[in-house]
Write a protein that binds this ligand. Structure first.
Ligand code: FPP
Length: 244
């Protein structure tokens, strides 16, 4: 489990559901693609702000396993945004000592895109600054299912005994294995649900839901969400020592 709070109150891991691109665009009489394009600008602002604050891990829900059911043109556009982002932003992120990682089912991505993701990860692997985790073709139930299959295979091969399967073992087999669990989850766009995002990892995560659409997000809204997080009393199922 992640440490409750860093000494200065900065959450170690912030996960974000970037919602509301479509509504932001529609309310302005623009195509949904314009909302996604502005969403990338918000993503860039947020990465910079998170680095400035000293957040260790920033995980962004960029394309869910369920997003394939959107119109083909929108799916193509979102895939193209990831391609463009890798082409235009990874070198700068590398300069800034950011490590880029992807979680989600990469086997479901087309070959050249998968290679681009792997090259971005390889280029930035040794960076020890912030970890930017892009959740793409990601679904938590699918991630848990993949992990269970790997563990079951190890049991069948006699590499692990059923009794040795612990929450830590399961956590290590998830795409997020090795990362701390999110301290803070932010969802923009007014909805208050997890939408198949980091279900296992968010057991003790603090949630902040904000009405603003994702294209409006940046340093100020991130700062406000962290202020709200700092007011929370995290007990991890225990009691406060002074109230015993
Ligand atoms: C949710 O808004 C947003 C998404 C499904 C995609 C988020 C993607 C980005 C911000 C850009 C992707 C960037 C990279 C680098 C991959 P919505 O479309 O569901 O909005 P709505 O709820 O208002 O319709």
């Amino acid at each position: 489990m992640s440490a409750p709070v860093l000494p200065d109150g900065v959450p170690r891991h912030v996960a974000i559901i970037m919602d509301g691109n479509g509504r932001w665009a529609t309310e302005r009489g623009l195509p949904r693609s314009a909302g996604h394009r502005q969403g990338v600008e918000a993503l860039r602002r947020t990465v910079r702000a998170a680095g400035d604050i000293g957040i260790g891990v920033l995980t962004l829900y960029s394309f869910s396993s369920e997003n394939w059911s959107r119109p083909a043109s929108e799916v193509r556009f979102l895939l193209e945004l990831l391609r463009r982002f890798i082409r235009t932003d990874v070198a700068e992120l590398h300069q800034a000592n950011v490590r880029v990682m992807m979680i989600g089912d990469r086997d479901g991505l087309e070959g050249t895109l998968r290679t681009m993701v792997e090259e971005a990860e390889a280029l930035t692997r040794e960076n020890d600054g912030m970890k930017l985790v892009i959740a793409f073709n990601y679904g938590s139930r699918q991630e848990i299912t993949r992990a269970v299959r790997v563990i079951a295979r190890k049991v069948a091969e006699g590499k692990i005994a059923p009794g040795d399967i612990t929450p830590a073992v399961i956590g290590d087999h998830l795409d997020t294995g090795g990362l701390p669990e999110p301290d803070l989850l932010i969802r923009t766009g007014g909805e208050q649900r997890l939408s198949n995002y980091l279900l296992w990892q968010c057991a003790y995560t603090e949630f902040v839901f904000i009405p603003d659409y994702w294209p409006e997000f940046g340093a100020e809204l991130l700062g406000r969400a962290i202020s709200a997080y700092r007011m929370r009393d995290r007990r991890f199922g225990g009691v406060k020592s002074q109230s015993a």
